[in-house]
Each structure stands twice: as C-alpha cells, then as structure tokens.
Ligand binder design. Structure first.
Ligand code: ZN
Ligand code: ZN
Length: 110
C-alpha cells in the first residue's frame, strides 16, 4: 500500500512523475519542491507534491521557448523580454547577460 504513505522518497516521487531522480533532487535543492531532510534522505509529503504539481502545471501553460537560444522555460517569468522586431519571447539570460534584443531569425545571437 505504498500509495497510502504520507511521505515519499525522491525515488518514489520521480517514479510517480515519470522523471529522473536527478530532476527531483534538483527541484528540492532549488527550493522548488519542499522536502524534509531526514539524515541523508529527503522526504516529500503528498500535499507538498500535489501543490508543486498544480503550480508547475499552471506555469507550464504559461511557459515558453526563448526565440533566440531555444531554451525552454517552465515559467514565463524567465521570458519577460521580447524581440524588438517581432515580439517573440527572449529569455533573461540572453537579454541581460548577452545583450540580445532580437530573436535568432532577426539577428539575435544563438
Ligand atoms: Zn535565450
Ligand atoms: Zn524577431
């Protein structure tokens, strides 16, 4: 009756979501997914996981791909800027660190 457990290991979370353990571990380390640390192991509560999934689903529908570098972002927060010619989204990384103001098609730097 694993489904009845209140807390899941990161492996179980990864299994349930169909993603890799490494991805889950990164989410936890980044503070995206709340987890309690027990010794060397992390435990994620089902309600925290459900909250995270709801949130990421919502953000995924708002996410997009940078029209310059092609990186996919889950959250639109990373894609606030836009190509000055066509309005295609440009990520913060291209915009602030590389000074790109255009999508690749319009002369941005890939
Ligand atoms: Zn970019
Ligand atoms: Zn453009």
């Amino acid at each position: 009756m694993a489904a009845e457990k209140e807390y899941m290991s990161l492996e179980e979370v990864a299994d349930a979501m169909g993603v890799t353990y490494q991805l889950i571990y990164r989410l936890v380390r980044a503070g995206e997914l709340p987890a309690a640390r027990l010794g060397k192991l992390y435990r994620v509560s089902r309600s925290d996981l459900a909250n995270y999934l709801n949130r990421s689903k919502r953000e995924a529908t708002e996410g997009g791909t940078c029209a310059n570098c092609g990186t996919f972002y889950l959250s639109k927060g990373a894609l606030q800027q836009a190509c000055q010619k066509c309005g295609a989204p440009v990520c913060f990384d291209c915009w602030t660190r590389r000074g790109v103001r255009l999508c690749r098609e319009h002369g941005g730097e890939g």
